[in-house]
Design a protein around this ligand. Sequence first.
Ligand code: ZN
Length: 183
Amino acid sequence: MDKLNKPAILVVDMLNDFVYGALTCERGKAIVPATAKLLNAAREKGVPVIFCNDAHIKDIDRELALWGDHAIAGTPGAEVIPELGLSERDYVVPKRRYSGFFQTDLDILLRELGVKTLVMTGLHTHMCVRHTSADAYSLGYDVVVAKEATDSFTEEDYISGLAYLKTCYGADAYTNEEVIAML
Ligand code: ZN
């Protein structure tokens, strides 16, 4: 299998509120071990790990009207879950919309790191992962999906999310083992 061209791992919204708190989801809990394993393999290989984290402003951000309060900046709910072992070498990009690119520093960070391919992980496949992938594609990045390290509230949303990413952005989905071999 060919190596990925200048990859980085993007971890979307693996925060306390998404896994254990306000927007808790059993399927989110189930991907934690695979995600931790993938991130550790990437760190060992010197591949950048970038967290795109919801960091909402209470009573201001419009998403909160749809989903209720979650991942309010500065609260424990907005912190990366401890199992993923956020390290000083990782990068953290706060966001206030679904996409990790929307009015954030993500693009400039990726360009400075020389990243060409984004390995998408995190929550939710059909929502924030999808919106982030859309902007990644439009900005010229290649997108692949680590399918054991992303999920949605339902199986249907997960499957349709993966299909949408493949159809619209050419994002192939790989197992953890395959992704690690390609880093
Ligand atoms: Zn949000």
